[in-house]
Design a protein around this ligand. Structure first.
Ligand code: GDP
Ligand code: MG
Length: 297
């Protein structure tokens, strides 16, 4: 059942009414080009939202700024409809000077808040379209060292505006030990800079199973992931989503190989509704209050 995305769990997470209407969910991906962002989105949602790219001819002019590209798909599973939008940010970190790479991304997130506020202020509030970004997957280069200034700056600027989910890209290029050390240093940097990353909420009277699940997911952050849209054969003859190497196969859906399963659990299966709620109740609300205060309302 590797192809099963799992958002049909959502009826357990929310009211029946929103099930009928379908869900809107917007995920943003940020990180230098080549870190596997498009591949991971395809892997997560088991779609080809991003078809394989033709390599750019050498003469092709590359834009000199970060651009924002959004792509949507309707996916349906067990009678539950999900309107998925992925916001890609090509160009981030790709230039000689990346000092302000975070700015166009911040502007885009705030424009989406603005559009929501404008709809809320309309007389007819029946058909509000929620284009706010509910989660931002931030791809960290698998250097094995620690966060770079561009990573810290992006997260410091954006953490009060969006649910940050840090990810170690292409984790198959690091050994298990390198991943463990890298994770510890990333978490230390995040704590040192007082960066707030999205945490699975734990409710007071939650059952033990839910608590254990939340803790297990939390223990994997930053998720070390491997993406692949290819089926490969393991040495023992199984067909799996993964990446083939001379010494064997790295399996996307194998929890001993990478944290993909836990990331999917966080983003899609268990906490999609919490990501939407936190965006609405905390991130958007704080932004709105600040804006009204600054306007002297
Ligand atoms: P993007 O520019 O960040 O969207 O990166 P792409 O998804 O286009 O991937 C860039 C290249 O990296 C492609 O050749 C992918 O096959 C490869 N790639 C994607 N994910 C992984 C991964 O987890 N591990 C490894 N080793 N390569 C990957
Ligand atoms: Mg891409």
């Amino acid at each position: 059942l590797t192809g099963f995305v799992g958002f049909a769990n959502l009826p357990n997470q929310v009211h029946r009414k929103s099930v009928r209407k379908g869900f809107q969910f917007t995920a943003m991906v940020v990180g230098e080009s080549g870190l596997g962002k498009s591949t991971l989105i395809n892997t997560l949602f088991n779609t080809t939202l991003y078809p394989p790219k033709e390599p750019l001819p050498p003469s092709a002019e590359r834009p000199q700024t970060v651009s924002i590209e959004s792509i949507s798909a309707d996916i349906e599973e067990n009678g539950v409809r999900l309107r998925l939008t992925v916001v890609d940010t090509p160009g981030f970190g790709d230039f000689v000077n990346n000092d302000e790479s975070w700015k166009p991304i911040m502007e885009n997130i705030e424009e989406r808040f603005d559009s929501y506020l404008e709809q809320e202020n309309r007389v007819n509030r029946q058909k509000i379209v929620d284009n706010r970004v509910h989660a931002c997957l931030y791809f960290i280069q698998p250097t094995g060292h620690s966060l770079r200034p561009i990573d810290v700056e992006f997260m410091r600027q954006l953490h009060t505006k969006v649910n940050l989910i840090p990810i170690i890209a292409k984790a198959d290029t690091l050994t298990d030990e390198e991943v463990a050390d890298f994770k510890a240093r990333i978490l230390a940097d995040i704590a040192y800079h007082n960066i707030h990353i999205f945490q699975a909420p734990t409710y007071e009277n939650e059952d033990e199973e839910a608590l254990a699940e939340a803790e297990e997911i939390a223990s994997k952050i930053p998720f070390a992931v491997v993406g692949s849209d290819k089926i490969v054969t393991t040495p023992d003859g199984r067909q799996v989503r993964g990446r083939a190497y001379p010494w064997g196969a790295v399996e996307v859906d194998n929890e001993d190989h990478c944290d993909f399963v836990k990331l999917r659990q966080m983003l899609v299966r268990t906490y999609m509704e919490e990501l939407r709620e936190y965006t609405n109740d905390v991130l958007y609300e704080n932004w709105r209050t600040e804006k009204l205060v600054s306007m002297g309302v």
